[in-house]
Design a binder for this molecule. Sequence first.
Ligand code: HEC
Ligand code: HEC
Ligand code: HEC
Ligand code: HEC
Ligand code: HEC
Ligand code: HEC
Length: 493
Amino acid sequence: MSEEHKSSRPKLSIFRNWFSLAGLVVVGGSFFAFLFLFTMDLFRPTGNPYMGILAYLVAPTFTVIGVFLILLGLVLEQRQLAKHKPGWAIPRLMVDLSHPRDRRNLAFFIGASGFFLLITAVGSYQSYHFTESTTFCGQSCHTVMQPEFTTYLHSPHARVACSECHIGPGASWYVKSKISGTYQVYATIFHKFPRPIQTPIKNLRPAQETCEQCHWPKKFVGNLDRTYSHFLSDKTNTPYSVRLLLKVGGGDPTHGPVGGIHWHMNIANKVEYIAADERRQVIPWVRMTKSNGEQVVYSTGSFKYDPKKHAIRTMDCMDCHNRPTHHFQSPNEAIDQALAVARLDPSMPFIKKEAVDVLTKPYVSETDARQTIAATLKSRYPGQQGLDAAVDEIQRIYVQNFFPEMKSSWKVYPNNIGHKDWLGCFRCHDGEHQTADSKRMIKASDCNTCHIILAQGNGKELENLSAQGHPFHHPGGEIGDMKCNDCHTGANQ
Ligand code: HEC
Ligand code: HEC
Ligand code: HEC
Ligand code: HEC
Ligand code: HEC
Ligand code: HEC
């Protein structure tokens, strides 16, 4: 009876066919690779990014390919059998639960698929988390993301995941980001990405859905007291600080008076604008819509709005805070900071000027920069005490803020928060914008609308506080009507 059964019902076997056999080897191999990498990852969760890629992306892909091969093999084999025994094919292959062998196979099949599904579930959950992780975003494509990852690590957001700002919650942006992410992976592998990466990022999600998850937009900030420490480029590196009271204010009447810099975020008002350039540095047209629907349009010179040519953008947090985390320090700013905290010794003659100069030069690579920085300073300060520490510090500043492989540095990424090195606030508040009936908006020379100078200078001068605000004593002489960034560029003037 059993003989007869065997001959009339040949077994479909994954062992008799090269495809299925190969598939089996692939599934087995990738499964054990996954288990191995998964265990390693469990014990070293903050480890190497490649471990994550292998465990949660590469291994599962191979498992799926393997399963596909096994199925392909079975289909081919079934066709083969059907050819030799016409009329035999599918019906007889159906499971017949009266046969103990079929029952055994079915139990095995259910068990194995259950196990496979479980592993896939764990795997895809991990893959999901992994592709969202800072390790994946920041470290996997080393050169490409190095500038953003490095600046991120030194920012107030160093503990906020990349995806919180770049993807945000919800399924649709997750899918969108994975689609553009797939292109980015391709671009990285084939070196098709732009250097530097272009900004503003076109499809960055609106701030309401990212920043505002954490920064409660109704929060009343009030006045912020900030001191900006600088050093002049003279022989003694004369310190010059300015202490500002920034009128940040707030935008929601239930939590404080509406006004000040965060007035733009007033939930009731809307500020829209048109940028004439890609980088949004030239803003010839601004429209304010008040809560009662009244609109005020400010524009410069002869600018005429043409709906076919111009896209209108609604102002949000990122129009001012466009570098909340990827802040590339300028040579001037970085050296001022190093001198202020004595990581560079201010008693070295002309060190401010020399250090800014050497950081401003173009370099082809990090090695080139390190060597030239060391050689230049050695030739300028022969026999100077503490020279090695100065060289180390300047090299450190270079590595954290300049990325020659990606052509990234402060120069290519405008910072819109102030108005010293970039136009920033003065893109709109420059005194050129007016309504049809010549009403001007707050202009650059209304210094005290945005902040007051509590104190300025150095030493004892900084104790002379003024509640009304001091007039600005510019350490570089008279400036007249010029804009700060006509002279200040982040490098030496
Ligand atoms: C606090 C929010 C925030 C976090 C966290 C964050 N980014 Fe960004 N990122 C931004 C903003 C805002 C921009 C600038 C957008 C613009 O100017 O269009 C930006 C720009 C970028 C750019 C474009 C190039 C540039 O420098 O402007 C890249 C690439 C990037 N981010 C990658 C990352 C990576 C990788 C991480 C994690 C290591 C990360 N970001 C974390 C907010 C964030
Ligand atoms: C996941 C939460 C989270 C998100 C999303 C987030 N931030 Fe923050 N942000 C923080 C934390 C935490 C700090 C540090 C707070 C502190 O030190 O008091 C911070 C600090 C800041 C500061 C103050 C920086 C300073 O110099 O002290 C600014 C400005 C800021 N965030 C703007 C933004 C903007 C703009 C976005 C959107 C692009 C954003 N944040 C998205 C959590 C977040
Ligand atoms: C008109 C420009 C502008 C807009 C728009 C804007 N901010 Fe600010 N914000 C500032 C300035 C200027 C400061 C003062 C700090 C500084 O200069 O770095 C500040 C300060 C902050 C701080 C720091 C407060 C502290 O206590 O240190 C946070 C957080 C912040 N803003 C979040 C936001 C968020 C979130 C949005 C969007 C809802 C937003 N800002 C919109 C200009 C702006
Ligand atoms: C896109 C254009 C635009 C930019 C950029 C911009 N503002 Fe404004 N701002 C406006 C408009 C429009 C008004 C309302 C008209 C007015 O009062 O002049 C305004 C009003 C203000 C006010 C008065 C708020 C009140 O209480 O009535 C302050 C303060 C201010 N801006 C500060 C800043 C600062 C600081 C920056 C840079 C960090 C900045 N703005 C960048 C468009 C802009
Ligand atoms: C539209 C608002 C606005 C106006 C008008 C304005 N400022 Fe400012 N200013 C700012 C903001 C915002 C910052 C802070 C930038 C930052 O946090 O980096 C700032 C920073 C400064 C600083 C410190 C910069 C540094 O890096 O040391 C000085 C000095 C200064 N302003 C002087 C002036 C003078 C002088 C005028 C008038 C001719 C003026 N400001 C007009 C918004 C304004
Ligand atoms: C005509 C060119 C010019 C203009 C315009 C100008 N500055 Fe300066 N500024 C200088 C020079 C030159 C120095 C001296 C630099 C030195 O000794 O390192 C200087 C020094 C400074 C310093 C201290 C040193 C440093 O590098 O930070 C600050 C702060 C400063 N200026 C802020 C401003 C602000 C804010 C504005 C706009 C309101 C402005 N300047 C407009 C030329 C200018």
